[in-house]
Write a new protein. Structure first.
Length: 646
């Protein structure tokens, strides 16, 4: 088997003069810089001299280190980097485990629990090891792997990852992609302002870090990243583009799946494989509101997920239904061009303020990430932690809490802080302030990241926020419950996606002809979000209850999932079997645990309506526990969880 590129960067020579070094150090993240200095010098006393970050989750990214102490660290760093440059860049050995534990405690501003140590050390990957490798597959003879054909459905983020890992393992595969190119959601969503809302240094494959141009990059940059990865790892050679999967059916006699797909020119083809990996995402099928008269509007009408660039927006009256993540991003962009925008809002979003949300990463930061040994490692790790378990305690329910606007004391503190931010932006407009403050707990719905762009857009004189419910769409525009008519030129649906319709519209049949959608009946469930009783060798990526709200990047989950799937393949091959099927009792007990966990989180609150829940009010999307627990559960499959046969 081949080995994927390591996540450690080759050491670059520092040649810049003292003045340049002094200037770029002004851009440094101090906790990450101090950790890097320990690596460069081999001296752990650098973090033992009283200057320490704290665990403030919402404050200064410098961890509360004072300006005076920051100056001391920068002066020390200047001396270290000058000596490192002048000695031609010779590094001491990587510190031992005891020092690494001390460094972890230091940069996080708190003692790392013992059960987190292995997880965090793996993510940090100081020796360049693949943090999500599956060692078990390496021991399987090539002749066994070469006969285990896999069909992967989708070539978005998860599908590309599946291809890379299967290629590395030496397992033959074909990727079927309905679109003309790779990228998934980043190919399909082209609306103005589209960008990621996870910090980019964690929204990237662990084995393929990138020197991102912005902290939160726009759609074209993200599409370019996945396009480049697919090209660099030669994944395109395995993809059948413009090929839409219609069905997949399991044959109990042969223990194989037959996947039927149709090309763009109408030709139907079948693919036979031992296993199927679905990597189709959750947010790719537009959802339209159930409103009387939908489809009757005379002008252009389209969904944000299927943006139509052919329509001139300048000087037009535009109606937008919805204030979810997509509308949150495109409304500020089109407001600069339109005559008027009427925003029809059911519920406002909670906003997580990030000053750097639209900012370019300064050149000094690029230099530090690329040239200071181990700085990139610790900076990415710190970003990973702050975006992972950091907010989880603040969205967890307190058992005796009675306030419907929050689910616990910490959640209420978060609500007060976020409300104060909204007040600082629109407090001078009482009507808009009332419309902008949600009446549900923070993280009850998707929290949106912003730097003030959204609320500034709502204050524009040509933007009008309407909370009066829509009762009708007609030829001229929209009518609300109070009887007001809003005539418009263009109608845009920012109403999200059919997130709970996992794997639809594909027809997937398992054992005894069991059809998956009929089996689920609108209530999708899977063990670890990946395997389903009655459907041997069917593996889901980004499946039920693997979405995240406040902790982490979805790429983390996909990397954990692919590690687990490779473990399943290794388990079958080593036992000389061809199929494995999740046990029903294991599946059911796991989903009881998931349901209980979600009921104890803000998004499980009974007074909250969101795309996280199905029509019955059950949370079908979200993982309610820590990232560490998902990482631990997906290291390798437990044979006792499965019926392994064939």
């Amino acid at each position: 088997m081949t080995t994927i590129a390591k996540s450690i960067k080759p050491l670059q020579t520092i040649t810049e003069d003292d003045a340049f070094l002094e200037s770029v150090l002004k851009e440094a993240n101090i906790p990450a810089l101090m950790a890097a200095l320990v690596h460069i010098t081999g001296r752990a006393d650098i973090i033992r001299q009283g200057i320490k970050p704290n665990a403030d989750l919402f404050g200064d990214p410098q961890g509360g280190i004072t300006a005076e102490d920051q100056a001391v660290v920068r002066a020390n760093a200047l001396t270290v980097l000058k000596n490192f440059r002048d000695s031609q860049g010779k590094l001491p050995p990587v510190p031992d485990e005891k020092i690494i534990k001390e460094l972890l405690d230091f940069v996080l501003g708190a003692e790392v629990p013992d059960d987190y140590l292995e997880f965090l050390s793996s993510e940090l990957s100081l020796h360049g090891e693949d943090a999500y490798a599956q060692p078990a597959i390496r021991d399987v003879p090539n002749e066994l792997k070469s006969s285990a054909e896999v069909v992967v459905i989708g070539s978005g983020m998860s599908g590309i990852l599946a291809g890379i890992k299967l290629q590395e393992a030496g397992i033959p595969f074909t990727i079927l992609e309905k679109n003309a190119d790779v990228g998934g959601t980043w190919l399909e969503n082209t609306y103005p302002g589209c960008r990621v809302d996870s910090a980019n240094h964690t929204y990237s494959y662990s084995f393929a870090p990138k020197d991102w141009p912005q902290h939160y990059s726009p759609q074209k940059v993200l599409l370019g990243y996945f396009d480049q990865i697919a090209t660099d790892y030669k994944i395109r050679d395995y993809i059948r583009f413009n090929t839409t999967v219609q069905s997949a059916e399991f044959d109990e006699v042969s223990g194989t799946w037959t996947v039927t797909a149709t090309s763009v020119d109408g030709i139907t083809e079948t693919f036979v494989a031992q296993s199927v990996i679905t990597a189709v995402g959750q947010l790719n099928r537009p959802k339209y509101p159930d409103i009387k008269g939908i489809g009757s509007f005379d002008g252009p009408a389209f969904h944000s997920g299927r943006w139509e660039d052919s329509h001139a927006l300048d000087g037009k009256r535009i109606g937008v239904i919805g204030t979810g993540a997509s509308a949150f991003q495109f409304i500020p962009e089109i407001a600069r061009r339109a005559q008027d925008i009427v925003v029809f809002q059911r519920t406002p979003p909670w906003i997580a303020p990030r000053e750097e949300y639209h900012d370019d990463i300064p050149e000094g930061k690029h230099w530090l990430l690329n040239k200071v040994p181990f700085y990139e490692k610790w900076f990415r790790f710190l970003t990973f932690w702050r975006a992972s378990e950091g907010l989880l305690d603040s969205v967890r329910k307190d058992e005796d809490w009675k306030n419907e606007l929050s689910v616990g004391e910490k959640n209420d503190q978060l609500r007060e802080m976020l409300t104060a931010y909204i007040e600082s932006m629109v407090g001078d407009d009482p009507d808009l302030f009332d419309k902008a403050v949600p009446a549900y707990p923070p993280a009850g719905k998707r929290m949106l990241v912003d730097n003030g762009t959204w609320l500034t857009a709502l204050k524009r004189p040509n933007v009008h926020v309407i909370t009066d419910p829509i009762v009708e769409i007609n030829q001229q525009g929209l009518k609300t419950q109070s009887g007001d008519q809003y005539d418009i030129d263009i109608l845009i649906y920012g109403t999200g996606f059919q997130a709970d319709q996992f794997l639809a519209p594909m027809k997937i049949k398992g054992k005894d002809g069991l059809e998956l959608q009929e089996h689920w009946q609108g209530d999708p469930r899977a063990y670890l979000g990946m395997t389903i009783p009655g459907f041997p060798n069917l593996f889901c990526m980004y499946g039920p209850n693997t979405n995240i709200v406040v902790n982490g990047s979805i790429i983390f989950f996909s990397e954990c999932e692919m590690r687990y799937i490779l473990g399943c393949f290794a388990l079958m091959m080593k036992e000389g079997k061809s199929t494995m099927e999740c046990r029903q009792d294991v599946h059911d007990a796991y989903n009881e645990l998931i349901d209980e966990g979600n009921l104890n989180m803000a998004w499980g609150a009974p007074n909250v309506r969101s795309w996280y829940k199905n029509k019955h009010g059950r949370v079908t999307q979200n993982w309610p526990f820590t990232m560490r627990e998902f990482w631990q559960r997906t290291r390798f499959p437990n044979p006792d969880d499965y019926i392994i046969s064939g």
